[in-house]
Design a protein around this ligand. Structure first.
Ligand code: VG1
Ligand code: CO
Length: 544
């Protein structure tokens, strides 16, 4: 088998962000760009020889080409076997499940998640380790360091393309390539966790739901699980065919980009439940008739109701949330008498806690919820978990949520995103807040007293690793919080995220508009970072 050693020179910008390396497709299409990064991953895995790798992506533009290149590089780098999804498709949670099921050494996921796709949009690549989870910071930083010194990569030449359309085994050089059904293993895993009979009774009854796959990866998974296995009426899953450009839309399940679904639930159609997922299938948005469930609340409701799901009947060992996620789940943990943890943004920080058995559920405010069944957040899992609670309680989403608030207090929450800022402006806005940190504590702001203001740092309780600069947080004496972060998933410029939260125990004040309840904190946030003076902005581009 001819293996070519191709000389190359480093690119300076291959540092993985919150979730892998994300760039414009045109950046990845530069000669050697993808190859350099893939070789940097392989170079930091010296024990890969003869091992199994899982490979797939969300089907976005450039997925197929990238997969053919990676297969030939994997063969040249001594991998023993690659399992690749048919047509190059695999959702992020499905990759995680396959790594665990096959005791693979790791997996490569090709996706830029909720970012738009197409020749002028985004592509991404992420490496997951043998527990099925995103590579921890130690590995991603090693990949980046390697990418800055790389001077050659290996690739087999003179072999035909692997036919990704046909299930079964073939060879790429000496390496075995197995094209597998992308859905089957994942669907079996879901059947092992949930009571499919109970879910089926719900979905075959008068209950009406819609799942919007936004022309991204969850279409085939949702068709199989919701419609074929559970018997929901045909048409329950909409936009179910994955398209390379997601039909020209953002595959981002929020009120702005999944507007069609939100309108259907919030303004009138006869639907009891609505859900959507993102490009790579790890996010979820939950809606009930006339109501949107804030992701932080969703995590809390699932934690409170977990024991009605067979896999979690014994209860949860603990829960975790990312720092900007609201404290609603903490309130549930306190009530259940189980530990709760606070981690930096990004799923990689949950891996150690899950592996150690310290937590069973975890989630993020950014429409991410998951459990110890895999090491990624999992959109369809969250949908099935919600359906399980609805079936067990015989109540609607709104009733469950308002009851939850009565029992645990309501954590009013909103995130404001200021997208497409010049990179320097993003840095200036963060610096404006950072400069004030030393003097904020004890001040009275927005009618509350600042209890603590800091630049969030995290020490992993399992391996002791430290992560610095994970966002600015301002904590108030009444439990309110104001948090500032720059996004680590964008591909150009900067996005400032400001997160606002205030807990309200008084049942009489739990049915108000979050934007109104939080208006003082919203105003304070803009003032502290000198938003208008530094960026000219007065309003966010996305509110969730
Ligand atoms: C965003 C979210 C974060 C999430 C990450 C990856 O990161 O805020 O909570 O883990 O996306 O999600 P950032 O750095 O842009 O805030 V996914 O579904 O895009 O892989
Ligand atoms: Co995603």
């Amino acid at each position: 088998m001819p293996i070519a050693t191709v000389p190359t020179t480093p690119f300076p910008d291959q540092r993985p962000g919150t979730s892998g390396l994300r760039k414009k497709v045109t950046v990845f299409q530069q000669a050697h760009y993808l190859e350099n990064f893939v070789q940097a991953i392989f170079d930091v895995l010296p024990d890969r020889q003869g091992k199994t790798l899982i490979l797939g992506g969300d089907g976005r533009y450039y997925n197929r080409e990238a997969i053919q290149i990676i297969l030939r590089m994997a063969a040249a780098n001594g991998w023993g076997r690659v399992l690749v999804g048919r047509d190059g498709l695999l959702s992020t949670p499905a990759v995680s499940a396959l790594i665990r099921r096959n005791l693979a050494h790791g997996g490569i996921i090709l996706s830029a998640s909720h970012n738009p796709g197409g020749p002028d949009h985004d592509f991404g690549i992420k490496y997951n380790v043998s527990n099925g989870g995103p590579a921890p910071e130690s590995v991603t930083e090693a990949i980046w360091a390697r990418s800055k010194r790389i001077d050659r990569y290996y690739i087999v030449t003179g072999v035909p393309e692997v036919d990704l359309g046909i299930l079964g085994s073939s060879h790429c050089g000496e390496m075995v390539v197995e094209v597998i059904d992308p859905v089957q293993n994942y669907a079996e895993l879901m059947e092992s966790l949930f009571d499919f009979d109970a879910l089926s009774r719900l979905l075959r009854g008068p209950f009406r739901m819609r799942f919007d796959a936004l022309h991204a990866i969850t279409g085939p998974y949702a068709h199989e699980i919701l419609e074929r296995r559970l018997g929901a009426p045909a048409g329950t899953v909409v936009h179910g065919e994955p398209l390379p450009d997601f039909g020209g839309a953002h595959p981002d399940p929020n009120l702005v980009y999944a507007k069609e679904l939100a309108d259907a639930l919030l303004t009138g159609e006869e639907l009891d439940f609505g859900a959507a997922s993102d490009g790579d299938g790890d996010r979820n948005m939950i809606l009930g008739r006339g109501i949107f469930v804030t992701p932080s609340d969703s995590l809390a409701v699932l934690a409170a109701g977990a024991t009605c799901i067979p896999a979690y009947r014994q209860g949860l060992s603990g829960v975790a949330r990312s720092m900007p996620t609201s404290q609603a789940v903490d309130a549930v943990a306190q009530r259940l008498g189980i530990p709760h943890y606070e981690t930096p943004t990004g799923w990689k920080f949950f891996g150690n806690l899950l592996d150690a058995g310290a937590i069973t559920f975890c989630g993020e405010e950014s429409f991410g919820t998951g459990s110890n069944h895999v090491r990624e957040k999992d959109g369809l899992w969250a949908v099935l978990a919600w359906l399980s609670i609805l079936a067990a309680r015989g109540q609607g989403v709104a009733e469950i949520l308002t009851q939850h608030w009565r029992d645990h207090g309501r954590h009013y929450y909103t995130r404001h995103d200021y997208e497409d800022l010049p990179a320097e402006v993003g840095a200036d806005l963060m610096a404006a807040v950072t400069h004030q940190l030393p003097v904020l504590s004890g001040q009275k702001l927005a009618g509350r007293e600042v209890r603590l203001a800091d630049d969030f740092a995290y020490t992993d309780p399992v391996d002791g690793s430290h992560s610095l600069h994970q966002g600015i947080r301002i904590l108030f004496d009444d439990g309110s919080r104001l948090i500032f972060r720059l996004s680590g998933t964008g591909t150009s410029g900067a996005t400032l995220r400001i997160y606002h939260e205030t807990p309200v125990a008084d049942v009489q004040r739990q049915l108000q508009n979050p934007q109104r309840v939080l208006q003082d904190l919203i105003r304070l946030g803009r003032e502290l970072c000198r938003l208008e003076a530094l960026s000219g902005r007065t309003q966010p581009t996305v509110i969730t």
